[in-house]
Design a protein around this ligand. Structure first.
Ligand SMILES: Nc1ncnc2c1ncn2[C@@H]1O[C@H](COP(=O)(O)OP(=O)(O)OP(=O)(O)O)[C@@H](O)[C@H]1O
Length: 230
């Protein structure tokens, strides 16, 4: 790999294989998967249930170690990295948006982001302006920013999730079925938003979805089938 291609890749999976125990055999969830995503690029991954999409995100987020192959995140080869360092790298470099909103029920939208800063041991006071700005940029107005999750719509909750995932300034954004709880129009708006933040924040974004109707905004669409990516 040349220096130029290295700097142009924020996330790279090289011949990654992941297996799970399955009785006295092993089930292959990822079968020599290779993928490189550049900063500012939105890659969509589609595929049937059980084809390995969530496994792909778990390996890309360095949550799971592959059986074979390498994951290079923000220029760091994670293969031989101790767990503690992998966790730190994930916290700093990876933003994750899950299918369902997993916001804390007792916190307002702004506080959801400040909680991230608190957990990192940072200054909550110093982070407030940035949290407000980020929520504004994903389309959450002044009133919405003061609401707890049960008083936000599904689309608004996903916007808060996206803002929270971006809060640490990650180089990689991993998004798992962000529209599954939304109607088509709101789903489209969320994908539009993800395309926008990918450009503005220069994240290498991987979006897993069942919904082929949402793929128009992706730079590339890849299909996962039986653990293989093509
Ligand atoms: N923790 C686990 N233990 C054992 N097998 C697992 C585990 N997680 C996933 N698998 C298996 O690995 C394969 C890939 O699963 P994965 O969840 O990655 O698929 P998926 O494409 O995300 O599916 P869905 O669209 O239904 O979420 C499946 O056969 C699944 O049963």
């Amino acid at each position: 790999m040349t220096a130029a291609t290295k700097t142009a890749t924020a996330l790279s999976l090289e011949s990654v294989t992941l297996t799970f125990p399955d009785g006295d055999r092993r089930l292959t969830a990822l079968d020599e998967v290779s993928l490189a995503v550049a900063p500012g690029e939105l890659v969509a991954v589609v595929g049937p249930s059980g084809s390995g999409k969530s496994s792909l995100l778990a390996v890309a987020s360095v949550l799971l170690r592959p059986d074979a192959g390498r994951v290079v995140l923000a220029g760091r080869d994670t293969a031989g990295m101790p767990d503690r360092e992998r966790t730190r790298l994930r916290r700093e470099q990876v933003g994750i948006v899950f299918q369902q909103s997993n916001l804390l029920p007792s916190l307002t939208a702004v506080e959801q982001l400040l909680a991230v800063e608190h957990l990192r041991g940072g200054s909550v006071r110093g982070a407030r302006a940035r949290a407000e700005e980020l929520l504004e940029s994903v389309g959450l107005g002044e009133a919405g920013r003061r609401r707890r999750p049960h008083r936000l719509s599904g689309g608004e909750r996903q916007r808060v999730n996206i803002a929270r995932a971006l809060f640490t300034g990650p180089s990689v954004l991993l998004v798992d079925e962000p529209t599954s709880a939304l109607d088509h129009e709101r789903g489209e708006q969320v994908v539009e938003l993800l395309a926008g933040v990918t450009r503005r924040h220069r994240t290498a974004t991987v979006l897993v979805t069942h919904d082929r109707g949402l793929l128009g905004r992706a730079d590339r669409v890849l299909t996962m089938r039986d653990g293989r990516l093509g």
